[in-house]
Design a protein around this ligand. Structure first.
Ligand SMILES: C[S@@+](CC[C@H](N)C(=O)[O-])C[C@H]1O[C@@H](n2cnc3c(N)ncnc32)[C@H](O)[C@@H]1O
Length: 266
């Protein structure tokens, strides 16, 4: 697929998401548990970083979508200076219409080196690099993000990975469930990719919450629930999965493609 075709695919996909989900938290992530934990993780990292540096931070949310995450950060860190960049005009418009105080949002493409003209203490991608449908462009995006971080700055990466997807599908296969495929608008990252981005001065550090935090939830919702759901049983947002999420501790195994990772710019 050429770049124009894949841009049309991404823009078309997110235009529909913008129309259907407006400013809701479920925009781009219908699984509320996953969204809540992503936000919890980002806030925990920002809290740690603020105590480490003893100052309010400048934070950039790359591919900020409808601005939901920016609004949650602003609620908890009102003195932070926040920036967002977004590629899909319809999502950008929703993010801007939130009118968040001291938050600047731009219509930009992270694949271009001048996508953002300032330096920040923290950059975040929440399921954005996987939306870039060429491996080379995914790497370019990381290079561009790294360039906008001050030395010592933090990159909070919430992205999906191939290796845990393999684990998830092996467990599904044991229950005679069909494999889950990557969505058409995604190319998942892998450990080789993470190895490569270290070249750009990004050193991986231990996250506050375990990297595999969502693993138990994926096992509950994508394996146990699917294996025992009777015909006609509820498919999404069930009490069963809510119960299992509370009954089992998080971070068991490697069954969540979405990983929480953190890098420091050296
Ligand atoms: C899965 S959504 C996540 C949105 C937001 N981070 C959230 O958590 O709600 C991926 C976002 O990345 C944006 N995006 C895709 N390609 C991009 C690019 N090249 N530059 C900037 N944003 C991009 C999409 O428009 C979309 O809003």
């Amino acid at each position: 697929m050429n770049t124009k075709d894949y841009d049309d695919l991404i823009l078309g996909h997110y235009k529909k998401i913008a129309a259907n989900f407006k400013d809701l938290s479920t925009s781009s992530m219908e699984d509320r548990y996953v969204r809540d934990k992503e936000i919890e993780f980002i806030q925990a990292e920002l809290k740690r970083e603020r105590s480490l540096r003893q100052k309010d931070l400048r934070v950039l949310d790359v591919g900020c979508g409808n601005g939901y995450t920016l609004s949650e950060i602003k609620k908890n860190f009102p003195a932070f200076k926040l920036f967002g960049v977004e590629f899909t005009p319809e999502l950008l418009e929703i993010a801007i219409s939130r009118n968040l105080t001291d938050v600047e949002i731009f219509h930009k493409d992270v694949r271009t080196a001048d996508f953002f003209l300032e330096e920040v203490d923290v950059a975040i991608t929440e399921r954005v690099i996987i939306n870039i449908l060429h491996k080379k462009d995914q790497e370019t995006a990381i290079i561009n993000i790294a360039a906008k971080l001050k030395t010592g700055g933090l990159y909070i990466m919430i992205e999906s990975f191939k290796e845990p997807l393999v684990e998830l599908n092996l467990a599904r296969d044991e229950m005679s469930l069909t494999p889950i495929a990557e969505s058409y608008q995604n190319i998942y990252l892998n450990e080789y990719f993470v190895g490569r981005i270290k070249k750009y001065g990004l050193e991986e550090i231990n996250p506050v919450m375990p990297s595999n935090y969502l693993s138990s939830h994926f096992f509950n919702s994508r394996i146990i629930h699917n294996a025992i759901r009777p015909e006609g049983g509820k498919v999404k947002h069930t009490r069963l999965v809510g119960f299992l999420d509370q009954a089992f501790p998080p971070a068991i195994g490697n069954y969540s493609p979405i990983l929480f990772r953190v890098f420091r710019k050296v």
